[in-house]
Design a binder for this molecule. Structure first.
Ligand code: DP6
Length: 372
């Protein structure tokens, strides 16, 4: 570290992910260890992603971070945990052209600057923290030449925000809850890559881009403390659903996929209502959308059938899921179905600035293999 003038920079882009089997509830709040496994689909980064540049220089006198152009504090435990974990894995870096040589031990003394941008509303229930922490960890690992693979990095991103661990991969991703007390086996694995089932199309109905009133962290803490339904869900329901969902994804069985996705979203919001005080992430527009989607799906089904989504006409099938916010994430099984759905949505829920619905974002599953 002879010269004082150099700056080493790395930029990464990471897509967000949407859970089709939800993570809701922690068994350890510091390490961010969940009460159940979860499965998500990674979105096309062109529409919802975070771009983060990390820089290191001997002239920086403290760690600093800017989010969407505004400086934010890095003092929070979650940022500190991610920084500490990556620093502990940092390796020697040498760039002869720029005259940079950083020994392994130097990383403890050097400070980083981080600039991060979301190309979508932050903290509005569109998984901004997932893309944000995954991108931060991935970029820092590249900057410091950490040798860990993406699953190992996912266990670090998890300590920033639980859902972030799933954004280190494209395609369909499973976050294994793990058993170890230190969280070492609570990490993400890729179930199938982005080429598998690439005809799926995702439409996000942005009902509100306002920040949610109850953060996921607070909401899930209250649910763990007060909801009996959450305990039943984590122990009895999710383990079975995870297996069924893995099968549905492997076999590209859209009927089962849609049924499981909708049922899991409904149960997650039922847990929110079962929480004291109750949490309302969906609003009237979200509920009207569910009614509308069910009516599209049900045009030809018999209500008594348990395989209700299977019986629907293929072009009418759509999976819906809502995270911790009112925005609907809709998954259509191909472009034709998505186009028909969008036409109906635009007619029944036209976007406008002063009304119930802001806009629609349309994207494929992630085209990225990994973050980066
Ligand atoms: C409803 O990952 O945002 O989106 O771990 O406290 O940061 P923290 O929570 P976060 O929760 C996401 C919850 C969810 C479901 C999911 O993505 O699985």
């Amino acid at each position: 570290m002879a010269q004082k003038t150099w700056v080493r920079m790395v930029t990464a882009q990471t897509p967000t992910n949407i859970a089709v089997i939800k993570y809701w509830g922690k068994r350890d709040e510091t390490l961010i260890l969940p009460v159940n496994d979860s499965i998500s689909v990674t979105l096309d980064p062109a529409h919802l992603c975070t771009i983060t540049t990390v820089a290191v220089s001997p002239s920086f006198d403290q760690d600093r971070m800017w989010l969407n152009g505004k400086e934010i504090s890095l003092s929070g435990g979650r940022y500190q945990n991610c920084l500490r974990e990556i620093r502990a894995r940092a390796c020697e870096v040498e760039d002869k052209e720029k005259g940079i040589k950083i020994a392994k031990n130097d990383w403890e003394k050097l400070h980083v600057h981080v600039a991060s941008y979301n190309n979508f509303p932050t903290a509005a229930g569109l998984a901004s923290s997932a893309a944000g922490f995954a991108c931060l960890v991935f970029a820092l690992a590249k900057l410091m030449k950490a040798k860990e693979d993406n699953s190992e990095l996912s266990a670090i991103a998890r300590q920033g925000s639980g859902s972030a661990c799933r954004s280190l991969f494209g395609g369909f991703v499973k976050w294994i809850m793990g058993k170890a007390e230190d969280g070492s086996d609570s990490l993400a694995v890729q179930l199938v890559d982005e080429k598998h089932w690439d005809e799926l199309v995702i439409i996000i109905a942005v009902v509100s881009s306002r920040q949610k009133e109850t953060s996921s962290t607070t909401g899930m803490r209250d649910s763990v403390e007060t909801s009996l339904l959450l305990q039943h869900r984590a122990k009895e329901v999710v383990p079975k659903r995870i297996k069924q969902m893995e099968e549905a994804i492997k076999n590209r069985d859209f009927g089962s996929f849609a049924q499981l996705t909708c049922a899991d979203s409904n149960q997650f919001h039922a847990v929110c209502l079962d929480t004291c005080p109750p949490i309302f992430y969906m609003n009237d527009t979200s509920h009207r959308q569910v009614k509308f989607l069910v009516s599209c799906q049900c045009a030809s089904h018999s209500r008594s059938s348990s395989k209700f989504y299977m019986k629907c006409d293929d072009t009418k099938m759509v999976a819906y899921t809502f995270d911790a916010g009112p925005n609907a994430v809709l998954i259509a099984h191909n472009r034709k179905a998505a186009t028909q759905l969008l036409q109906k949505l635009l007619f029944c829920f036209p976007p406008s600035s002063d009304a119930d619905l802001n806009s629609y974002v349309i994207g494929d599953k992630s085209i990225l293999k990994d973050a980066g």
